[in-house]
Write a protein that binds this ligand. Sequence first.
Ligand SMILES: Cc1cc2nc3c(=O)[nH]c(=O)nc-3n(C[C@H](O)[C@H](O)[C@H](O)COP(=O)(O)OP(=O)(O)OC[C@H]3O[C@@H](n4cnc5c(N)ncnc54)[C@H](O)[C@@H]3O)c2cc1C
Length: 393
Amino acid sequence: MRTQVAIVGAGPAGLLLGQLLFKAGIDNVIVERQSGAHVLGRIRAGVLEQTTLDLLDQAGVGQRAHAEGLPHDGIELLFKGARHRIDLHALSGGKRVTVYGQTGVTRDLMETRAAEGLTTLYEARNVSLHDLDGASPRVRYERDGATQQIDCDFIIGCDGYHGVSHRSVPAQALQIYERVYPFGWLGVLADVPPVSHELIYANTDRGFALCSMRSTTRSRYYVQVSADDKLERWNDGLFWDELRRRLDPEARERLVTGPPLEMSIAPLRSFVAEPMRLGRLFLAGDAAHIVPPTGAKGLNLAASDVGVLYEALAEHYLGKSTAGIDGYSARCLRRVWKAERFSWWFTSLMHRFPETGEFGQKIQEAELDYLVQSRAAAASLAENYVGLPFDQH
Ligand SMILES: Cc1cc2nc3c(=O)[nH]c(=O)nc-3n(C[C@H](O)[C@H](O)[C@H](O)COP(=O)(O)OP(=O)(O)OC[C@H]3O[C@@H](n4cnc5c(N)ncnc54)[C@H](O)[C@@H]3O)c2cc1C
């Protein structure tokens, strides 16, 4: 099989890129390790920046996100037992975020891709990348018991942190920066109305908690657990009790509980692989960088990589200039590192770190107090939370 652009991974990055390229008349094929049902069933991010919504619109798949997404103008910070609102809209010059689940984004993209008759090769095993430095790179995979090959102009690695793409680059050509946190998030998704109409980020002496949602009837809650905690140790009763203990009295009173639709533990990690382009392989989304989910940057960063890469490839194919693809890595990394910094900072501010003890807790509370008192400090949080402008130097 031959195509112009072979995309590895049908997560939000791969699907969005495929749709944008298709709209620009650029032929592409997606190779995905899992089944379509598995990809659709994954419960992950839920907060979209305006630039992500704009890209969904550009790809022609934004209608449902606009109709069903919940615009949010603020978040609440809970510390020392009281909640304080950060007015994102007022502090960021009129910007807001939209709560719309990654599952919805994936479904909208998958449905549109299927309706356009574009090729997505699900359940492709043992995907491997070849001739990344040559003029005609290749993707090989096994499917239906046979080894198959895609010849292409470019390979785009959108296959996440556990994928094959960044591992296909010789170690000496890739610089890895990584930090693993000593805790994870135990998450529950349940069909119960959210405790508050805005997200609550809680810093408590029992650890972090987040009250989030996917809709007005579906809530997503998290509590910080230690990195070596096991899901088998928890049940929904224990989870709701622990969450209640981390809330203020009013929220505790309002909390509606119910049977979980999903319960899982996600480890927290910061990770960047530099550069994001090697020969004819480009890395995008979680294949190139991971952020801890505090601040909801993962999906948005994946989308912004795709926006830059789509422009670069369109410029290459339609305008015959390589300036965009040559500048792709540097342009993305400027934004990536700012989001890495913000996610690391917000994680450090909100979580209980075993090694810093009571002193660490007091310092966090002082910083949170400063944040809610100082317009400048709150504006900095708001500006990063809603998403920094593109190409800010
Ligand atoms: C449990 C969890 C919870 C999260 N919660 C949040 C959150 O609350 N907020 C937030 O902003 N972000 C969150 N994230 C991060 C966010 O979901 C990711 O940043 C986002 O999914 C990145 O999209 P992507 O397309 O780059 O990668 P992915 O969504 O990881 O997609 C990669 C795709 O590649 C496929 N693949 C992998 N290996 C191969 C291979 N060898 N060959 C072919 N295909 C392959 C995978 O099956 C997958 O479909 C969470 C992530 C996880 C794992």
